[in-house]
Design a binder for this molecule. Structure first.
Ligand code: MV4
Length: 456
């Protein structure tokens, strides 16, 4: 096992990894930017090194600074967390060339899954269903129109180098398709330096279902069931749960099997997530694979009784997968709410500042993953997530009630937060009954605007 790990991240995930290491008897090295000098991960780690200024490019994305920090502290491995360099195959290769173990999948697999056209090709090869579409990149307008004629409108154009909702455009007619095709290519070139795009049938009002997979370096893979992340806004997840509230036992088995096929096909090692769209008529289509540990991993940990970060570290150290190879059943229901420093009354504008008052919820079945403390100054440079509240209860209904109770206990003053907004979602009829799609937040806004108009 590793003696010392460097954590190439900040915030709650840095704390999460430090805690896993402590329980495993592994020493930790924190890295931080000058904006994070007073951050908790700096104090909780055994050692800490400043790697640059506030902007991510000058610190958490600075590969030479990270490698140097690992070398001078004799860290044998680097855990990238999520975001920053977590899905950067080049960084994983640099680590390998410096004899530092990158805690994640092989760089080749990261690169393969980072290219969405290649990822879909692998899914097809594995027998995992994909959305009807172009079967590879679309070179010109004529080709785009041919694909649309075959699969019928509406269609969605996506950038091969995109993902997570970036670089997508929907088209309903030949005219809008030719326009969207050119804009999408230009935007992809500007954003990713790669203009390649592909086309899929646009699935209306889908649900977002993703499957947690884990693999070791001996070709063993297992899945840890699904998460439902349908409640999103601008491609940012707001509420996640495990298991999904809407799958039948048969659908649960099917989506798990689909994910496992792809994970096996690419000999996936470490923790990964395979995302699916669930259509209104109950079919799953592969969307993309994330080759990192995700923000929402705790809901899976709660219902499966597995420490995903510790398992990631064990397999990176060359141990065999310890989780059962047979299918595991979720125990009870877990929900996560992401509390962001944003103002829902002002189009979710980020709200950095000093936390003047802070009280964390507690009690049975409540877990809070956060780097907050009273007096902490939320810097303006990074994403606005302050805390994740995770509840675990025997049933979905009880989990919802427990989350509302936990949100009521939470006190964060000094910055705006999304806590009340989330409580309103949890209290809604449609959330309780499971009658919603990825458009939930947009639909909620439209409804509110209509009511406001009628009042006038
Ligand atoms: C789609 C889609 C509908 N049809 N693909 C958004 C994130 C990225 N992973 C792909 N996304 C979508 N792909 C087809 N063929 C709708 C979305 C989508 C979405 C998906 C999941 C959760 C929220 C979403 C919000 C808008 C669009």
């Amino acid at each position: 096992m590793f003696k010392k790990i460097l954590i190439a991240n900040r915030g709650e995930i840095a704390l999460r990894i430090i805690r896993a290491c402590k329980e495993m008897g592994i020493k930790t090295v924190a890295v931080y930017s000058t904006a994070d000098a007073e951050s908790l991960h700096v104090h909780l780690a055994d050692e800490s090194i400043c790697i640059g200024r506030g902007p991510s490019k000058e610190s958490y994305l600075n590969i030479p600074a990270l490698i140097t920090a690992a070398e001078i502290t004799d860290a044998e491995a680097i855990h990238p967390g999520y975001g920053f360099l977590a899905e950067n195959a080049h960084f994983a290769e640099v680590c390998a060339s410096c004899q530092i173990k990158f805690i994640g999948p092989k760089p080749e697999v990261m690169r393969l899954m980072g290219d969405k056209v290649q990822a879909i090709a692998m899914a097809k090869k594995a027998g995992t269903p994909t959305t009807p579409g172009s079967d590879g990149p679309v070179k010109d307008e004529k080709h785009a129109l041919e694909v649309a004629k075959r699969i019928k409108y509406p269609v969605i154009i996506k950038a091969s180098a995109g993902g997570g909702g970036r670089g997508m455009r929907v088209a309903h007619t030949d005219l809008s398709l030719t326009q969207a095709f050119q804009t999408c290519r230009a935007e992809a070139e500007a954003a990713f330096g790669n203009a390649e795009v592909y086309i899929e049938k646009y699935i209306e009002e889908p649900r977002h279902i993703e499957v947690q997979v884990m693999g070791d370096e001996y070709g063993h893979v297992a899945h840890l069931g699904e998460r439902d992340c349908t409640i999103q806004r601008s491609h940012q997840k707001l509420i996640e749960e495990a298991p999904s509230g809407v799958l039948s036992p048969k659908q649960r088995r099917i989506v798990g099997k689909y994910a496992l096929k792809l994970a096996k096909e690419v000999k996936y090692s470490s923790a990964g997530t395979i995302e699916f769209l669930l259509t209104k008529d109950g079919n799953f289509y592969f969307m993309e694979m994330n080759t990192r540990v995700q923000v929402e991993h705790p809901v899976t940990e709660e219902v499966m009784g597995v420490d995903i970060i510790q398992e990631q570290i064990r397999v990176a150290a060359g141990e065999k997968l310890s989780i059962a190879k047979t299918e595991m059943e979720p125990r009870g229901h877990a929900i996560e709410c992401r509390i962001n420093a944003e103002n829902p009354e002002d189009n979710f504008r980020p709200s950095p500042g000093t936390i003047t008052t802070y009280h964390v919820p507690g009690g049975p079945g409540v877990r809070v993953d956060t780097h907050l403390y009273q007096g902490y100054k939320v810097p303006p440079y990074y994403d606005s997530m302050l805390a994740k509240i995770i509840v675990h209860a025997p049933t979905r209904n009880e989990a919802i009630k427990r989350m509302i109770r936990a949100l009521d206990e939470l006190v964060v003053e000094g910055v705006h937060t999304t806590a009340l907004f989330l409580k309103n979602i949890l209290s809604s009829e449609s959330f309780r009954t499971g009658n919603y799609s990825t458009h939930y937040v947009d639909d909620m806004r439209k409804k509110k605007e209509k009511i406001d108009k009628e009042k006038k």
